[in-house]
Design a protein. Structure first.
Length: 326
């Protein structure tokens, strides 16, 4: 390796009724939105919205404004990417006017609008969660670099006893570098993570260590460091001096986001042991397309599940001298 310096919603028919819109759409909608009724159905997934305007003229004005917005949206690449059949759904999304009220009813018989909107919302939530997780990893990677001076040029490691037994995780060790110094001072650093005193602190896991995509709780995190050996090559960079990363800091993963099955208590000195026969083990689950990882140079990238297993192994090792070819 050359050194590089650089589904569906739940089955519910929702009815959102009587949204008063007295004078201004921008000021009235958010505070006055009220869910009036929710009823279960076995066969339909849908949404019904009724908007109360000041009068019939205002209702028509709002209808025209909404239709202009729909016309604009239909010309946006982002919208057509999420909703390829947006043009077919355009008529369904236009509200009807009945006196001083506007109404919109959408269900699975309406050109698949409800299902498509549910899919779009799911994708949007997944994208937002992925972005937040990448930001979390950037802060964690920065903390790793901030510890280098205090660690005599080495990345953080687990906190060990005098005889070398792992007691607490590197996630505890970097607490002072993620603005959690007061929490760090609560730990008994000469006791294991599950001692009577330290175990009570598991529930105080910083928000930074919780991925927006994870479902598991109980003080568990899915931000782990890759560890282990693959052949004669070392995996990851826990406790390692930067000079020992001979494959290049931009080619070596130091922290990643695992799936929920691989989650560990955040204070426990436990991480992800990479399986050479199945390097994706423990990684895919939060995101269908791949997983997020921080590299030793401080960068964070999203690794596609389509990457070659040999290339993924090369990203995990710091001294394997492999050639990466994705």
């Amino acid at each position: 390796m050359a050194t590089n310096p650089s589904g569906r919603m739940s089955s519910r028919q929702r009815s959102i009724d009587f949204i008063p819109m007295p004078g201004s759409i921008s000021t009235a909608v958010a505070p006055l939105l009220k869910i009036a009724n929710t009823s279960e159905t076995k066969s339909k997934l849908g949404l019904k919205v009724v908007v109360q305007a000041a009068d019939a003229g205002a209702a028509k004005t709002y209808q025209a404004a909404i239709n202009r917005g729909l016309d604009w949206a239909g010309g946006q690449k982002e919208v057509t990417t999420f909703l390829p059949k947006f043009a077919d759904m355009r008529a369904v999304l236009s509200p009807r006017v009945d006196g001083d009220r506007l109404s919109l009813a959408v269900d699975d018989s309406s050109a698949g609008v409800a299902t498509a909107l549910a899919t779009m919302m799911g994708k949007a939530r997944s994208s937002a969660g992925r972005t937040q997780s990448i930001n979390n990893l950037k802060q964690i990677a920065l903390a790793w670099h901030l510890t280098v001076d205090a660690n005599k040029g080495a990345f953080p490691s687990t906190i060990k006893s005098k005889d070398g037994k792992p007691l607490l995780s590197w996630r505890v060790a970097i607490l002072p570098y993620i603005e959690q110094d007061s929490l760090y001072k609560q730990f008994h650093l000469d006791e294991p993570w599950d001692s009577e005193h330290n175990k009570a602190l598991v529930e105080k896991m910083p928000a930074l260590y919780r991925s927006p995509a994870q479902m598991v709780g109980g003080g568990k995190t899915t931000y782990l460091a890759p560890t282990g050996m693959i052949g004669k090559a070392h995996v990851g960079a826990l406790g390692v001096k930067i000079q020992k990363i001979v494959d290049g800091t931009s080619n070596t993963i130091i922290v990643l986001e695992s799936n929920d099955e691989a989650a560990v208590e955040w204070t426990k000195p436990d991480d992800l042991t990479v399986d050479a026969t199945n390097p994706f083990k423990g990684l895919i689950g939060h995101y269908e397309q791949g997983f997020a990882a921080a590299f030793a140079d401080g960068s964070v990238r999203f690794i596609s599940r389509g990457v070659k297993p040999a290339s993924l192994i090369a990203y995990f090792t710091r001294d394997g001298r492999e050639v990466i070819s994705e």
